[in-house]
Design a protein around this ligand. Structure first.
Ligand code: NI
Length: 226
């Protein structure tokens, strides 16, 4: 619907309503175009240090493998990944200049990825606590795209989110190492995906999530010769 229906406006009220409809239609069309532009990011062409165009893989460490229930050995391995993640992230961004931190991997810059990891894992830590203390609680999803687009994520210094990530993971690992098998089988309900998730499955996801985003930064560094 275009909203331009000015043929026979009978009253001033009708004229005003038609004008408002037209402006709303134009604004929503522009918003749609901008959303498509941003999501596809037509400006983004990555070239290696030798000038060769390359396409970053969507999943540089492969897809997530989620298991509903894990063995003790599997859990310990994944908890170790969570424990080592802050050090690996720090190493991945070591000595990068502000310009390099502004390099995009698909639609997020390295700086946004660092901020995103802290933001995302705060939610996960809280979900673990809720699931351990409530009966299948419904968690609160959040819009990670809008969060990553806030000015602090786009422009903020990465030292604070790196420190946050380190402290948060230290605390999270304390919790994970204190949990028994029965506790890892506890669940929360995710209303966006409409799934009941065990804490074992959440552990699988977030161990992968650390590797996934750090892997993106490591991939950029290797391709760009940094
Ligand atoms: Ni993510």
């Amino acid at each position: 619907m275009c909203g331009f229906s000015f043929d026979y406006p009978a009253t001033l009220g009708q004229i005003l309503m038609n004008r408002i409809h037209a402006e709303v239609s134009i604004a929503s069309s522009i918003a749609t175009l901008l959303a498509v532009f941003n999501s596809r990011d037509f400006r983004f062409t990555l070239r290696t240090s030798k000038g060769i165009p390359v396409q970053p893989p969507q999943q540089p460490v492969g897809p997530v493998v989620e298991k509903t229930m894990l063995s003790t050995d599997e859990r310990n391995e994944l908890i170790s990944i969570i424990a080592r993640a802050p050090g690996r992230l720090k190493a991945a961004v070591a000595d990068l200049s502000p310009e390099q931190l502004s390099q995009k991997y698909v639609n997020w810059t390295i700086r946004q990825i660092v901020h995103h990891l802290g933001d995302s894992h705060i939610h996960s830590y809280a979900r673990f606590k809720w699931a351990l203390t409530e009966d299948n609680p419904t968690i609160k999803p959040y819009d990670e795209t809008l969060c990553a687009d806030l000015p602090d994520s786009k422009e903020g210094c990465i030292l604070a989110p790196l420190a946050l990530f380190e402290g948060l993971h230290g605390r999270w690992v304390q919790l994970l190492r204190s949990m028994n098998s029965e506790q890892f089988s506890r669940t929360f309900y995710h209303p966006a995906s409409q799934r009941t998730v065990t804490l074992d499955a959440a552990l699988c996801y977030y161990a992968w999530h650390c590797r996934h985003h750090t892997g993106q930064i490591e991939w950029l560094r290797s391709q760009l010769g940094w």
